[in-house]
Write a protein that binds this ligand. Structure first.
Ligand code: KMH
Ligand code: ZN
Length: 303
């Protein structure tokens, strides 16, 4: 039987701001509602950040996470994946606060430090509702996204070893794959590794098809059969890259965290719309979509 494709949906993130799209979920109720709809549309993993409901600012506050996590769990069987990347300016302790309380099956784990500015395309919106959005919209956040080797090991220790949480390893460039291989060699992490290769984030590898092949070939060499490959691409590259990944035997991530678009010049009205679109494309070319149960088996999650 053909391998099934895991669809992850990243519903809000910490990059896009409320003024960039009216459809970005902000309040706990909106995050829960869009997550449940994304799961119904075919996402077996839901990747989550929280936002301050007053102004939409990314927030590490566990109390906010706890307003939507139980609601999502009650209405769907999807795997919960909580960010440990957090958002601009958050400390490692802040980034770990909600995951340590919620003890989810999965968390993101970013495999290297990098420059992080919002890409110019996202910054085209000129008017904004909240002062905090200004540097995001102007592309001047000037942020170093800190993920040192010690930070990475600390997250594995506290969440992986402490809670049995497994990881979505976020690899924004080739060096991040080598960082992960180093952790695998030293026994810090073990397979099957869920490797999210990321394209088109300013500061990381560009969204060129040859880069997708190169990242995949490098991951094949480094991890062999000890990894499960997934792809996300930022902005307008989202659907093309995820389609290519699915056809090549990979898994896919969509969602408004990664792109606000559903087609050229057309904003997505929900996360579920993007999930339904990639599902339709992949099913049309003969692929099958993994259920949450199948995703848990493929990734050896604690369930
Ligand atoms: N924003 C994505 C490109 C995280 O939450 O830890 C990667 C991400 C990071 O999802
Ligand atoms: Zn994220």
């Amino acid at each position: 039987m053909a391998k099934k494709v895991i669809i992850t949906c990243a519903v809000t993130g910490a990059i896009h701001t409320p003024s960039m799209s009216p459809h970005l979920p902000i309040t706990p109720a909106e995050i829960a509602e869009q997550s449940i709809a994304a799961a119904e549309a075919g996402a077996s993993i839901i990747h989550l950040h929280a936002r301050d409901p007053n102004d939409g600012r990314p927030s590490p506050d566990p109390k906010l996470f706890m307003q939507f996590l139980p609601v999502i769990k009650q209405s769907s069987d999807a795997v919960i994946n909580i960010t440990t990347g957090g958002g601009l300016g958050m400390t490692i302790d802040e980034r770990l606060a909600a995951p340590l309380i919620a003890s989810p099956e999965m968390c993101s784990l970013n495999m290297g430090s990098m420059n992080f500015n919002i890409a110019p395309s996202a910054a085209r919106v000129k008017s904004f509702k909240h002062e905090w959005e200004k540097p995001y919209l102007e592309g001047t956040t000037n942020y170093i996204f800190r993920n040192t080797f010690q930070d990475i090991e600390q997250i594995v220790e506290r969440l992986g070893k402490g809670h049995g949480t497994r990881f979505e390893f976020e690899c924004y460039d080739v060096g991040h794959l080598y960082n992960l291989a180093h952790m695998l060699d030293r026994g810090v992490v073990e397979g099957p590794l869920f490797v999210q290769t990321i394209f088109g984030i300013l500061g990381g590898i560009g969204a060129e098809h040859r880069n997708l092949m190169f990242m995949r070939e490098t991951a094949d060499r480094l991890f062999g059969d000890q990894y499960v490959w997934s792809v996300l691409a930022a902005g307008r590259h989202q659907m093309g890259f995820t389609t290519m990944a699915g056809i090549l035997g990979g898994n896919v991530r969509v969602g408004l965290e990664d792109s606000l678009w559903i087609g050229p010049g057309k904003q997505a009205t929900s996360n579920a719309e993007q999930v339904a679109k990639i599902r339709r494309i992949l099913e049309d070319v003969g692929m099958e979509i993994a259920s949450p149960k199948e995703a848990r088996e493929m990734l050896k999650l604690k369930g």
